[in-house]
Design a protein around this ligand. Structure first.
Ligand SMILES: O=C(O)c1ccccc1NCC(=O)[C@H](O)[C@H](O)COP(=O)(O)O
Length: 210
């Protein structure tokens, strides 16, 4: 599927830690919800908490588990509560495949990254999530990157991430026409605590554009 297909933009809200935030995100119109299984995150949940939160997600909303260089055992323990993996570390294509689950590969936009080559390496990914690069920080930086660096004809769906919020997401969608947008810090009241108003504003801004 072309990353720039003319269809509605999917919305993923990442870093959910509270049941009410899940209800508010779904009411706002989120298509997918992300749960951070990396213990180093301010938004981390363990598998027991993931199980509780995942049980609150209604049908037809995708439960995405975010991992950073996790072991196969760690992924397998969480997988029963997830629909999709988001592999956000330095996982090789072989490690991604070894998880045996549908996955999206997060790529941080370091200088010189060749997205066409990365798309070929991760050809069986369900999409490429493109995020800002800050050395030593695996993700959730709240920073944008230069969207003009994204080739127009990538062969995988593009999930645009990094520093999006209600004030810039319409411009991002207009410029990149991604398959989906991903937001975490831009819809928070505090780390790990989403704001119903900010999620509403974000989803409305996306919908007004495409
Ligand atoms: O959220 C984190 O703490 C995190 C930690 C390690 C890897 C990824 C992490 N978050 C990723 C995301 O929340 C999103 O996929 C994306 O990076 C957007 O984040 P933001 O810039 O805050 O909107």
């Amino acid at each position: 599927m072309s990353a720039r297909a003319s269809q509605r933009t999917r919305i993923k809200i990442c870093g959910l830690t509270r049941e009410q935030d899940i209800r508010d995100a779904v009411a706002a119109g989120a298509d997918a919800l992300g749960f951070v299984l990396w213990p180093g995150s301010k938004r981390a949940v363990d598998v027991a908490r993931l199980a509780e939160l995942a049980a609150c997600v209604p049908a037809f909303v995708t439960r995405v588990g975010l991992f950073v260089d996790a072991s196969a055992e760690e992924i397998a323990a969480a997988a029963p509560h997830l629909d999709l993996l988001q592999l956000h570390g330095n996982e090789t294509p072989e490690q991604c495949r070894a998880a045996g689950r549908p996955y999206i590969k997060a790529l941080r936009m370091r200088d010189g990254i060749d997205l066409d080559a990365e798309a070929a390496r991760y050809h069986d990914a369900r999409g490429l999530l493109l995020d800002a690069y800050r050395p030593g920080v695996p993700g959730g930086t709240g920073e944008t990157f230069d969207w003009s660096r994204i080739p127009a004809d990538l062969p995988l769906p593009v999930i645009l991430a990094g520093g999006l919020e209600s004030g810039n997401v319409a411009a991002a969608v207009a410029q990149v026409a991604p398959y989906a947008v991903d937001v975490s810090g831009g819809v928070e009241a505090a780390p790990g605590e989403k704001s119903a108003e900010r999620m509403q504003a974000f989803c409305q801004a996306v919908r007004q554009q495409r």
